[in-house]
Design a binder for this molecule. Structure first.
Ligand SMILES: Cc1cc2nc3c(=O)[nH]c(=O)nc-3n(C[C@H](O)[C@H](O)[C@H](O)COP(=O)(O)OP(=O)(O)OC[C@H]3O[C@@H](n4cnc5c(N)ncnc54)[C@H](O)[C@@H]3O)c2cc1C
Length: 271
């Protein structure tokens, strides 16, 4: 923080990107400031405040749920659209953020810009097949959330590009979903494990399944064997066993594996 020389507060994404890309400013984006203020690299000389950018709305577009990167956890929690989507799990995930003070300031863009084990939205967006719209020097780019942290993308949001919105596809609107933060207290940022389950049934068959796991590593991951078991109609017991084995392989340890697989079994039994 001691190296900050400039504070810039643009009102358009174009201006903001120009500052970010200018060698003169050595800028870093600042949204709610809840994380960046603790992790600011010494090389940064300019705070690029995003608060005046028109990237805060939550709306329907082409049937998809579009959440502006500048929307706060509190706005997502209270949004009627988010509460009605996928059984309300997007809002419930926002509500699970540690405290009202943080929820008032922290944005979804800031939550996903960098991989972080304990952040809430990465595991939810992975499970919902979300896409992220970025503004880069090459123009607007829509990328799958699962590719956001891949080295192949070659971008460092906040330093050389801006996230402007998150697009959650229309197909997920009616999915039955559950988000679970298994933590010591509801107000903990840290958690033992974060889980996202979703499924869709046609008659007695499960035709769609997502099992995503967060908090074990900076990047969340899917559990393909548990998903496969669910889709094959193997039943709750077998699906939970497959999930526990995947968690063991990911070095989750006995407590996390057994707690998470029990929670998964409960979800499957509720379908
Ligand atoms: C006390 C405390 C408790 C917390 N509890 C939780 C919790 O329970 N759950 C949780 O998930 N997180 C928690 N956090 C972490 C943090 O608040 C969140 O990750 C938050 O969402 C960050 O958002 P922000 O808007 O404050 O981002 P900032 O701090 O402003 O920025 C964070 C990073 O994102 C980049 N960035 C921000 N917006 C954009 C954008 N639009 N485009 C590109 N890059 C961008 C910045 O450059 C920076 O690298 C907590 C933090 C604190 C300090």
């Amino acid at each position: 923080m001691k190296n900050i020389k400039y504070y810039v507060c643009p009102s358009t994404v174009k201006e903001a990107l120009a500052v970010l890309l200018s060698k003169k400013y050595k800028a870093m984006a600042l949204a709610g400031g809840t994380l960046v203020s603790k992790t600011l690299p010494d090389t940064v000389e300019t705070y690029l405040d995003l608060k005046n950018l028109p990237i805060k709305g939550i709306r329907l577009q082409g049937g998809n749920l579009v959440i502006g990167a500048g929307a706060t956890f509190d706005e997502i929690d209270r949004s009627k659209l988010c509460r009605s989507w996928a059984g309300g799990c997007v809002s419930r995930a926002a509500e699970a953020c540690s405290s009202q003070l943080v929820r008032n300031m922290a944005t979804i863009g800031g939550n996903i810009a960098r991989p972080h084990s304990f952040n809430i939205f990465p595991v939810v967006l992975l499970g919902l097949d979300a896409k992220v719209r970025l503004q880069t020097k090459k123009g607007a780019q829509l990328v799958d959330f699962q590719d956001l942290y891949s080295s192949g993308l070659g971008l460092r949001p906040g330093l050389d590009s801006l996230i402007t919105e998150i697009v959650i596809p229309v197909k997920t609107r009616k999915w039955k979903c559950e988000f679970i933060k298994l933590a010591k207290t509801a107000s903990s940022w840290e958690s033992y494990i974060k889980l996202f389950f979703s499924a869709e049934k046609k008659g007695k068959s499960v035709i769609q399944a997502r099992v995503a796991v967060g908090a074990l590593s900076p990047r969340p991951f899917r559990a393909p064997e548990a998903e496969k078991a669910l889709l094959s109609g193997a039943g709750a017991e077998a699906a939970a066993k497959a999930f526990a084995a995947e968690l063991e392989a990911a070095r989750a340890g006995e407590y996390r594996s057994s707690a998470a697989s029990s929670l998964f079994k409960r979800f499957v039994n509720s379908l």
